[in-house]
Design a binder for this molecule. Structure first.
Ligand code: ASP
Length: 362
């Protein structure tokens, strides 16, 4: 009956979207990462390029998994995973960030701790090698949630961050994208075809959730444009009672939908009305882990469908208090990976590549 009511409730809330899900049984820890979603063309992906992306995704996944499997904190795990992707020139975050119209690299990041919903964010920063660490320092060492531009950089110096020369972030591929955009009068979507923002979400063995997102924004951005990635509730959200979410995509639409918070709010709503429970799997009539995963997947898909309805695209990763690691995206691909204590460990790029059903535990 509960299941039926949940299905009816979700039918009201949801619309179809391209997505995938996995249902780890009673996972003790869980990690999902992304390196951006977008119009990824399998034919344009050489084996070498693919191997390079997969290797960096796997390194990020392994760094976070190691911390979680050894009993470490979700916050530490997501930072470890994100730093690796910020340092990789392949992703649009830290080194390899896209160029602004003026030829600079301006970085945005945010982080949230599901324990107490403390959050930190920075926007438009040009001299901090790992923006996610500065966002976390805003969270832990200031009274604020969000700092921008020169002020954020002054705060970084005060807190002992090294000043990274702006040239460090520049890569030829991203410069060429800006030049092509200007020469051919293209939009940032035309030159990018994909979003390379990075993010991670985790559940640790203590039951704590965390989420973080880091980006260079969109190619050719002007006038101090800021997308969803550094905005708590749009690109990033974590609440121990509901879920942890990190988004990537056309930021303006994610801002308008309030994607990350909206997904968590729907899960809270489903729990408040007893249609979904993360606390009582195993009890009579309680939904099992797979049913919960399907419900959570539908909630995420419904929010992504709203983004699509407005004309936006992209994707999200999320983990639940039970350890489900879920992806939802309405693009042809999303650089992504997930690992759980139930033995799931995989990276994927195009839609439908998950090998979850092959793993012994599921
Ligand atoms: N969401 C980011 C932004 O709009 C872009 C991305 O996901 O790559 O700034």
């Amino acid at each position: 009956m509960k299941k039926l009511i949940a299905a009816v409730a979700l039918a009201l809330l949801s619309q179809p979207a391209l997505a995938e899900e996995a249902a780890p049984e009673q996972a003790r820890w869980s990690l999902a990462i992304h390196g951006g979603a977008g119009t990824l063309d399998p034919n344009a992906m050489t084996p070498e390029k693919r191997a390079a992306y997969e290797a960096d995704l796997q390194r990020a996944l392994d760094a976070g998994s190691k911390i979680l499997s050894e009993g470490g904190d979700a916050m530490d795990a997501i930072k470890a995973a994100i730093i690796i992707m910020e340092d990789s020139p392949l992703f649009n975050a830290g080194k390899g960030a896209v160029f602004t119209w003026d030829g600079t690299n301006e970085l945005d990041a945010s982080i949230m701790d599901g324990r107490d919903r403390s959050a930190g964010a920075i926007a438009g920063v040009k001299t901090v090698r790992n923006p996610i660490l500065l966002a976390d320092t805003v969270r832990t060492q200031s009274e604020h949630v969000m700092l921008m531009g020169a002020g954020a950089e002054a705060f970084a110096v005060e807190k002992g961050f090294a000043v990274t020369p702006p040239e460090y972030f520049a890569t030829e591929a991203r410069r060429e994208a800006l030049e092509r955009m200007k020469a051919e009068k293209l939009s940032s979507l035309d030159v990018d075809h994909k979003f390379g923002t990075v993010g991670a979400v985790a559940l640790d063995m203590k039951g704590n959730l965390a989420a973080g997102t880091s980006t260079g924004g969109m190619t050719g951005k002007r006038w101090g444009r800021i997308g969803d990635a550094p905005v708590i509730g749009a690109g990033t959200y974590a609440d121990n009672s509901a879920c942890a979410v990190s988004a990537t995509g056309w930021g303006e639409y994610f801002l308008r939908v309030g994607v990350a918070h909206e997904i968590c709010a729907r899960l809270r709503f489903l729990q408040a009305t007893n249609w979904l429970s993360f606390d009582s799997p195993g009890e009579a009539n309680a939904p099992d882990a797979e049913e919960i995963a399907a419900t959570v997947q539908e909630a995420a898909d419904a929010v992504m469908a709203e983004v699509a309805d407005l004309g936006g695209d992209g994707g999200v990763i999320l983990v639940t208090p039970e350890g489900h690691a879920i992806f939802s995206f309405n693009t042809t691909g999303m650089y992504r990976g997930r690992a759980t204590s139930a033995g799931l460990n995989e990276v994927a790029i195009f839609g439908g590549e998950e090998r979850a059903s092959d793993t012994p535990d599921h």
